[in-house]
Design a protein around this ligand. Structure first.
Ligand code: NAP
Ligand code: MG
Length: 497
């Protein structure tokens, strides 16, 4: 397997943005250096070269950003009507539609996701913005009957909570930031975002573009920097009302601890080790490529990746043979190779982690059927997509989130066995079942303890339907009207007439 090369030429806009000496923080509608003057660099995972430098914010910058967000929350923004906020969201969608290629190129370079994958995510982003534009007009309380003697009228009101801290991982920030920005604009909240060090650029660029598109100063602020500095300061800040966090379970646990400073409500999307269950009667023509890409998409750096592929014993050989055939069609390349299906992983240290899990799998007795090695002679952080057979659910490669392109085939005997294996996990994020029999599929859907299940498909996410986790995968809805709960609070009102 060889690494394919870049064939997409950077647009002038993307080139202009990337040529900046330092990418500053974005606070109160302005690009500003960190108070300390410190900077960090981000690399292009496809080459390992430094792509850009950006400001390394700490608690002083978080203080400034939170203060700006608070001022904006109390200021003119609080008088915007739902129609105005909806119109702004529609304008944001139009501008992103126009500027998407530039953003996709920045994202692909900074985090290594194949450009085709980022381009394909545009439709999902547009759906998300339509969803939030609709939410802007759908915020309502209730009138309630009561048992109070006399003439008392009662109701509930929904109101924006205030300043939202948004902490984002590196595996798809261009899109994932909009779960927060969309809800902030729909609800009338304001936000301070802290993107991941490895991939901050698309978040900084979006903040500028949205400000030009009419998002008022202070409504959307970005403080880049280390999780251990900017992230901890934001999570603990007593003037941040709520935190929406996407990232690892370990960091999620720290965010919960930090939230005690002012009893912040949290929305946590954490890790996963999802089971993709292939029954004997599955349509393998569809199940094989979908199960493969359910792991290898984004080089396995997807929280809901179906990394435990549970296959009914009677079809394990057939499934494995077809999967190994499919593996030869995968194209690993530079994130700006328009035909690459897999890019590099995010960093040298992530690559080391993934490779160390390959060693763990081999030493635990799993059968290395495909891949398992670094690709190329250094430079980019490329990994061969990897398949393990004869995996048991007790092995570490079946229990721990690897966050790399490693698929484990775990045989099972019958449906109840599959459900038990699927549930024998600390996580509960995604999962799927492949069967031509509706009763079988529904039994699995009912039996697996997880936030999201797919039947004869993998990875669809629509804000109208939602996506969330249970167990160590976190809590708090993404999508559906429940998403707005993180951004609104309920006030009970009693009116003596
Ligand atoms: P991570 O290490 O938890 O980092 C996530 C974010 O938190 C980054 O911005 C990070 O900053 C920041 N951070 C780190 N320590 C912090 C602290 N003590 N306080 C506040 N913020 C802190 O996760 P990651 O390695 O970037 O991303 C991979 C993980 O995210 C995987 O476990 C994956 O499953 C999960 N994920 C989940 C979903 C989902 O929807 N459930 C989606 C995507 C990813 P720095 O990185 O800049 O230090
Ligand atoms: Mg980078």
């Amino acid at each position: 397997m060889t690494i394919t090369q870049q064939d997409v030429e950077l647009s002038e806009l993307a080139r202009g943005f990337l040529s900046r000496e330092v990418h500053y923080l974005f606070i109160d509608g302005e690009r500003v250096p960190a108070v300390s003057g410190n900077t960090l660099s981000t690399s292009a995972p496809s080459t390992g070269e430094v792509l850009a430098r950006f400001s390394s914010g700490d608690s002083s910058d978080v203080d400034l950003a939170v203060a700006a967000a608070r001022r904006a929350f109390k200021g003119e923004w609080s008088t915007w009507t739902p129609y105005q906020r909806q119109a702004l969201l529609i304008r944001v969608a139009q501008v992103l539609d126009e500027r998407f290629e530039e953003l996709a190129q920045i994202e692909a370079l900074d985090m290594g996701s194949p450009i085709s994958r980022v381009r394909n995510s545009k439709q999902g982003l547009m759906r998300m913005l339509s969803f939030f534009a609709a939410q802007a007009l759908s915020i309502s309380g209730e009138t309630l009957t009561n048992g109070i003697p006399g003439n008392v009228s009662t109701m509930t009101l929904k109101a924006p909570v205030g300043v939202i801290g948004g902490i984002i991982p590196w595996n798809g920030p261009l899109n994932s930031q909009f779960w927060i920005i969309g809800a902030v604009l729909a609800s009338g909240c304001t936000t301070v975002l802290k993107p991941a060090q490895y991939a901050s650029l698309s978040v900084l660029r979006v903040a500028e573009i949205l400000h030009e598109a009419g998002v008022p100063a202070g409504v959307l602020n970005v403080v880049t920097g280390r999780g251990s500095e900017a992230g901890t300061a934001l999570a603990a800040h007593t003037d941040v009302d709520r935190v929406a966090f996407t990232g690892s379970t370990e960091t999620g646990q720290k965010i919960i601890e930090a939230s005690t400073s002012n009893i912040k409500k949290l929305q946590l999307e954490l890790g996963g080790k999802s089971a993709d269950i292939i029954c004997a009667d599955a349509n393998l023509d569809k199940a094989v490529p979908a199960a493969a890409m359910g792991v290898f998409a984004n080089s396995g750096q997807v929280c809901y990746a179906g990394t435990r592929v549970l296959v009914q014993r009677s079809v394990v050989d057939q499934f494995t043979e077809r999967l190994l055939e499919y593996m030869t069609t995968l194209r690993v390349g530079h994130s700006l190779d328009s035909a690459a299906t897999l890019g590099p992983v995010i960093s040298e240290s992530q690559l080391d982690t993934v490779l160390s899990y390959v060693d763990v799998g081999v030493s635990e007795g799993a059968e290395l059927l495909y891949g398992g090695e670094r690709l190329g002679a250094g430079g980019g952080y490329y990994m061969q997509p990897t398949v393990f057979g004869s995996v048991t659910n007790q092995m570490r490669i079946a229990r721990e989130e690897i966050f790399g392109p490693v698929l484990s085939i775990i045989p099972f005997d019958d449906i109840e066995d599959a459900i038990e294996i699927a549930n024998d996990s600390d996580f509960g994020l995604g999962g799927a079942v492949w069967s031509e029999n509706l009763s079988t599929a529904l039994r699995v859907v009912q039996g697996v303890h997880t936030g999201t299940m797919w039947v004869n498909c993998y990875g669809y996410i629509d804000p109208l339907v939602g996506f969330s986790g249970t167990k160590l995968s976190g809590y708090g809805a993404k999508g559906t009207a429940a998403h707005m709960d993180t951004y609104l609070y309920t006030k009970s009102v009693y009116i003596q007439l």
